[in-house]
Design a protein around this ligand. Structure first.
Ligand SMILES: [Fe+2]
Ligand SMILES: [Fe+2]
Length: 495
């Protein structure tokens, strides 16, 4: 644990902008000065000292990124207004970034004078192979607190709102976080924040498209897809609870990080195909505690990371405080912990794992949540989860009253019955056709209804289903809808 104090809350906007402007100005001056003078020159020493003073005053406990996009300078995600007095220095900085095809520089807390001197002189060298060459030189110099980042293309901005892009950005960021923490480096919070924001924006824009992506269950990359799915499901739940964008971003971060502690559990135990012995189970059950330790090692402790630490610790503690880690004093779990607990359990039991003979269908997943509502899971959250995904969540293979077999593609639209999702026909009828089961015919009746749920657990093979078998199963949606408990009078507040 670093023992660093918690980062203070952001200052008012005007003061923050002034700090950012000063930071860029001093960086540009230091860069220009090193371009004209030797390292021993007092002007160089003074310019670097001024820049470091600014960093240490305002960004003592958090990293700061200075970057250029489309000839505009940014500090973290804030675009800077450049005044005439700064123009020459800032243009020198932008030209230097262009020459190296450099997107930006991240300065970590603790950046030293020698590191600044090295990177500034390198930036002033002639560039032949661009960023690749510069990064190789930086590695050779052993720079620990200065990180060079690639340019971010403008064309990627709108695409980040597409569900697939957002989902794959989540996978990348999960992979990056785990590698970073494994190597005891600092998490690049700025990039992480951009991805969590993309998840929140995408869910606000077209929730069902991103929710449908959570049916991706990559067996080999379980931890990445699982963390991503839990983040998406958690944020969608948070949205239904009326969280603001900032709280949703914090929830997304916490969900991304909830299983981080598993990187300290031996892979042989995590992927053991047979039953775990008590010692191995105890090791797995340490992962919420490992997550706390790993996150406390990060130097940038702010409100968001502290929420993630608490939720990571709590995500296997049930509503009735059963589960693990076992506690003697705690009397409740935070709302973030309860949300992630629901999303985590649903995704875990509906994902195929080597140690389980069968996998629950998404439909069985929501049934499991319902069966344990009020004991393991917060009833309000289970009800919202069911409203969000429907009785037959995306990915469920269903038999229809028409004899066709389909896969649920999207949850029912708001206002439609929970048992009437949108499906893609995969067998019988016209394979590939998209059907909305909420549609009615001219007589006002639904031409098709779900009459059976199938478990394609046999390597994706659908079981054969004849009309007589379907009929024998009968409708089941109404029965499940009745199991939803009433919500309490007041919703719990986020903590
Ligand atoms: Fe976990
Ligand atoms: Fe998990």
């Amino acid at each position: 644990m670093s023992g660093q104090p918690i980062t203070p809350l952001p200052r008012c906007d005007a003061a923050a902008r002034e700090d950012e402007r000063r930071l860029v100005h001093r960086l540009a001056v230091a860069l220009r000065t090193t371009g004209f003078h030797d390292p021993g020159n007092t002007a160089v020493q003074g310019a670097i000292a001024e820049f470091l003073r600014t960093v240490r005053t305002r960004w003592a406990h958090e990293q700061v990124w200075v970057g250029v996009r489309n000839r505009c300078v940014f500090v973290n995600d804030e675009r800077l207004r450049i005044g005439p007095s700064d123009y020459l220095n800032v243009r020198y900085l932008m030209d230097t970034f262009d020459r190296w095809n450099l997107g930006g520089i991240t300065f970590q807390p603790g950046v030293r004078d020698a590191e600044m001197r090295s990177v500034l002189y390198e930036l002033n060298q002639k560039s032949e192979r661009g960023l690749e060459e510069l990064a190789a030189r930086a590695r050779a110099l052993g720079l620990k607190h200065v990180e060079l980042t690639e340019p971010e293309r403008e064309s990627e901005e709108p695409a980040a709102h597409l569900p697939l892009r957002t989902y794959s950005a989540c996978l990348d960021v999960c992979r990056e976080i785990q590698e970073t923490v494994r190597e005891h480096r600092h998490i690049r919070t700025r990039r992480l924040r951009r991805v969590t924001q993309a998840v929140v924006d995408q869910l606000l824009e077209d929730e069902s498209a991103l929710l449908s992506m959570t049916t991706i269950k990559e067996f080999d990359d379980y931890l990445f897809t699982h963390s991503t799915n839990v983040a998406i499901l958690s944020v969608a739940l948070g949205q239904r609870l009326g969280f603001d964008k900032r709280t949703l971003g914090d929830l997304c971060l916490a969900a991304f990080l909830h299983d981080l502690g598993k990187i300290l559990v031996p892979k042989g135990i995590l992927e053991k195909p047979t039953q775990l012995d008590p010692g191995e189970r105890a090791q797995i059950q340490q992962h919420p505690i490992h997550a706390v330790i790993l996150l406390l090692e990060q130097e940038q402790l702010n409100q968001s990371t502290l929420r993630a630490i608490v939720a990571g610790f709590e995500h296997h503690i049930n509503l009735d405080l059963s589960g693990y880690p076992r506690l003697t004093r705690k009397n409740s779990v935070t709302l973030f912990g309860r949300i992630i607990c629901v999303a985590d359990r649903y995704d875990a039991i509906t994902t195929r794992r080597s140690y389980r003979k069968t996998t629950s269908t998404p439909h069985e997943g929501v049934r499991f949540l319902l069966e344990h509502s009020g004991t393991q899971f917060e009833p309000v959250l289970v009800k919202l989860f069911l409203e969000m995904l429907g009785v037959y969540p995306p990915g469920t293979v269903v038999g229809l009253s028409s004899g066709e077999v389909g896969v649920v593609r999207r949850p029912p639209l708001p206002g439609s019955a929970l048992s009437r999702p949108q499906i893609r026909v995969v067998r019988g009828g016209d394979p590939g056709t998209i059907l909305d089961l909420a549609d009615r015919d001219a007589a006002g009746k639904h031409p098709r209804s779900v009459v059976a749920v199938l478990n394609p657990d046999d390597d994706g093979q659908l079981p054969a289903l004849c009309g007589a078998e379907i009929e024998a199963l009968g409708p089941i949606g109404a029965m499940i809808a009745e199991e939803v408990p009433d919500p309490p009078a007041r919703l719990p507040v986020a903590r």
